[in-house]
Structure formats: C-alpha cells, structure tokens
Design a binder for this molecule. Structure first.
Ligand code: CA
Length: 489
C-alpha cells in the first residue's frame, strides 16, 4: 500500500462504531495517577510539555522536557519504569515560553525511523531575552527506535521572531493526509499584542508571514528551493497574497493542539490575551479571528463585527480569573477521547487551564458546547486537577494523560483514570464495519478482515489476528479512499 493511503481523503467508507452515543450523566470524579510508578515513587521530569507513545513500542513513551531540551524515553524494563534519552538538544533557549516544544513521528516511522522536532533557540545577532529562532528539523532514530541516530538533522524551517513568547510549537501529522501541520504563535510582544501601534493588524491577520498561523507542508517532497513540498490542495496556493504554507490564519498562541484520530478534526487550545481563553476547531482556510477578536468578542481598539462570516468563531471561550470551576488564564488544549468505545466519555473533548490546573470535559453538538463538566480528582474535595498543567497526552490505545510542570525535577505525567476511561481489556468479538453499499452501515465479521488492508496510525500494516483494541486506517485493496475505524476485539 505504501504511502498512497496518506494522500487519500476520508470518504467512501463509513464505519459502524459498535456502540450507541449515550446522553447519560457524565461522571465528574476521576483520578490523576502518576503513569510511571515504581512502588511508592513515580518517575519525574523537568517541565514536561509533550507526551506520546513511540510507534511500534509497547509501554514506551516520549516526554519532552521543555527547558532542559531533552526528549526523554520512559519505558518499562524488567518490571520497572526507567528513563532513557532519545535526544538532548543542547542549544535550546531557557526563556520561559521557549525550549523543546514539539515532536512528531513520521507516518512511516517504523520503516524510515524519521521524526520531527520543534524547538527554540537564541537568535543570531539579537538579545537572548528578547528574540529567538524557532526551528523545525527532521531527525532519525537508530534501529532501536528510541535513540537518535546521531546524524546531522535536516532543516525543515527556520522561524525567526523578535520576542521570546507566543511560539506555539505543537506539530502533528494529519491522520489521513499524512502532511505535517505546524501551529505557530503570532511572534509575541510587542507586535503581536493589541497594544501595538507598530503593526496595526498584528501578524496573525497578515498573510505574508507564517506567524500567527497553522501551516501544512509535505515533508516527503520539495517545492522549488523549499526543503518540503506545498500540498496542492492547501487553501491559498492560488492566492499570491498568501504564503502557500498557510492552512489557517488568525491565532495568537496555539500552545497545545491535536487531531481527533477518528475523523482527523483539528482541536486547538488558543491561549488568549488579557480577557479570555478559547477552544477552536481549525478548518482549512479558516480565519480564527486574532487579533481582531479574542474569544467571541471584538477587540476594543479594532473595528470588527462578531457576525462577520470571514471569522470562524471558537467552539468555546472562558474568562480569566481564579475561581477554579469556571475560569483560568492560559488554556491547554487536549484530546477527543477515543479509548474505550463503550465509555461515556467516548467522543468528548478534554482540555484544561495552566493557571488553575483545572480539567474539563465537554460534549460538543453542532459546533458548540452542549455540556461542560469540571473534573474533580479524587479524593473528594480536591479541586485542582493537575498543578501546573502544561499539556495532555494520548497513547495508542486512546488513554489520556495530563502533564504538570515542575521547575526542577518535580513534573509528572498522570494517566486520567476511572472505570470509564482506562482502556485495558480487549472485548470480543472484533467488529469493524466499512460502508459497502453506499446506503447503510454494514457490519462485517472478523473473517472479513482479510478483505481489508489495515494500517495503524503510524502507517504500519497490521492484519486480523494481530489486531489490538485501537483506531486503524482501513482501505479495501484497489480502492482509492481510506477510512479510520475503531477496532474492538
Ligand atoms: Ca479566535
């Protein structure tokens, strides 16, 4: 099948999910349990800001330590959790919002061992505290898949900026198209903020800069002298006023964001300015409003209309403050839960706030929040879910994690734990259901799996008997279109 599937659009095949959507009451009490306990002691990190499972490796995860510049491997070894180092970036800036910010495994990582890093370092010829250079590089592991091969990286993108803040820094491959998506902040003070007079529009609304944007590039090719290709269906490729890398405009600081693995919807936590925080779903060609809008409101100094159809409004926004249940000061984007398909949380979106440490789960109907639950960690009475909440993570079974920053070595990675959340068992029988007739969801049996090519989200081909509970990409041999399917087994 090769990489063909990654150029296919999600179409042509639908799935029967094997369960019905429940509108039952969402439980508001869950446990936050250190994911790497050895007896009574948990493995800790310094300012962890990113978590992912290493493709093809059970019980093996990568965690980024922002300021130390380390990509740490936490893995199970002889019954204990131990730490190894995938990569140490010695040039990473230690400015507050800078550091080692993002990592993404190539969709074909298990065959080409390529991975991509986003980090910031001190810019050339400028004050270390007031400017910086964000860098995206392609690297490769050795045959163990958990140690960098030590060869020179391939530069993908240099992103110079005149301030240390508003970097964004999350990068992910599209689950269906296989392109690399990059979330970039507006470049920070002073020009990015609404108090600026130097750049009346701000960078996020200017289409000749990549700052304040979501970008989409193809790392498997080249366009002209660029070390990557421009996907031919990027939204502005035929508009000379826009840089062709641009996928969506109008963001201030999309600190953490992720794809829903089931349908490739892009959910982002967009860190606001002085007043409010917002959750966005980012669609191709969207204008997400900043810095004309913050949340659902126009900026005081800007002429704009909330109902202007050129803006894509947030899914949700919440005000600044310190009352834990309702407010915060810096949103942390999370995940749509796709672990246990029978869970009441299945399909709901988890996010939180860095300032209050609060975690919420929401049900979204028709693009707006229909229900929001504040998750209270056990024991009862505890209000702060995760002190210093910096990011969420998701493993290949769909389990969710929350990361909390510690300034030294006190940061931890917790698994969100409840009987409704943690995916451990493999129910039987398997049930996946491609849309064969064009008219109805048509269940197929385990035996029918032989008619499908199944790939995990890293592009590795898997087949019937070896399937684990999870989300897979399926494509009927000879067909052009691919679909993502959850598999129960
Ligand atoms: Ca916005």
């Amino acid at each position: 099948m090769g990489s063909r599937i990654w150029n296919s659009r999600l179409a042509g095949m639908c799935v029967m999910l094997g369960f019905s959507t429940s509108m039952a009451v969402i439980p508001n009490t869950i446990s936050f349990v250190n994911a790497f306990m050895n007896g009574t002691t948990g493995v800790t990190f310094a300012r962890p800001v990113f978590f992912a499972q290493v493709p093809g490796k059970d019980s093996t995860y990568v965690i980024l330590e922002q300021q130390r510049g380390n990509a740490i491997i936490a893995r199970r070894n002889n019954g204990s959790w131990i730490k190894d180092t995938l990569l140490k970036q010695t040039v990473v800036s230690n400015q507050n919002e800078m550091g080692f910010l993002g990592l993404a495994f190539h969709p074909n990582f298990l065959t080409n061992r390529k991975y991509y890093v986003f980090y910031s370092k001190t810019g050339t010829g400028c004050d270390a505290t007031n400017c910086g250079l964000n860098v995206i590089e392609e690297r490769q592991t050795d045959s163990t898949l958990i140690k960098d091969a030590g060869v020179a990286p391939r530069l993908i993108l240099n992103i110079p900026k005149s301030a240390s803040n508003h970097n964004g820094g999350d990068i992910h491959f599209g689950p269906v198209d296989g392109y690399l998506y990059i979330g970039l902040g507006d470049g920070g003070n002073p020009q990015g903020d609404p108090t600026s007079t130097a750049l009346p529009l701000g960078r996020a609304q200017k289409t000749d800069t990549i700052l304040g944007k979501f970008l989409r590039i193809d790392v498997n090719g080249t366009t002209g002298s660029k070390p990557y290709a421009i996907p031919s269906d990027n939204p502005f490729v035929s508009n000379a006023a826009y840089l062709p890398e641009i996928y969506a405009i109008g963001v201030r600081n999309p600190w953490r964001w992720n794809f829903d693995p089931l349908n490739a919807n892009l959910w982002a936590g967009e860190v606001g300015n002085n007043t409010r925080e917002e959750i966005d779903t980012v669609t191709k060609g969207a204008n997400l409003g900043w810095r004309n809008m913050e949340g659902f409101a126009c900026q005081p100094s800007v002429t704009c209309t909330v109902t202007d159809p050129k803006y894509t409004l947030p899914i949700a926004a919440y005000p600044h403050g310190t009352t834990p249940d309702t407010v915060g000061n810096a949103v942390v984007g999370g995940f749509v839960y796709r672990g246990k398909p029978a869970s009441i949380y299945y399909g709901l979106y988890f996010y939180g706030d860095n300032g209050t440490g609060q975690v919420w789960v929401v049900r979204v109907i028709n693009g707006r929040i229909a229900e929001r639950i504040t998750l209270h960690p056990t024991p009862a009475g505890t209000t702060v879910a995760k002190t210093g909440l910096s990011a969420f993570g998701q493993d290949l079974k769909g389990n969710l994690y929350a990361l909390g920053s510690g300034t030294s070595n006190t940061g931890t990675v917790d698994i969100l734990s409840s009987p409704d959340l943690v995916s451990t068992g493999l129910p039987t029988p398997a049930s996946i259901s491609p849309h064969r007739t064009g008219k109805a969801f048509a269940p197929i049996s385990v035996g029918d799996l032989s008619n499908l090519d199944l790939h995990n989200l890293q592009g590795r081909k898997v087949q019937g008997g070896a399937l684990r509970n999870g989300v897979y990409v399926t494509q009927r041999p000879g067909e052009k279109n691919a679909a993502l399917v959850p598999v129960l087994k």
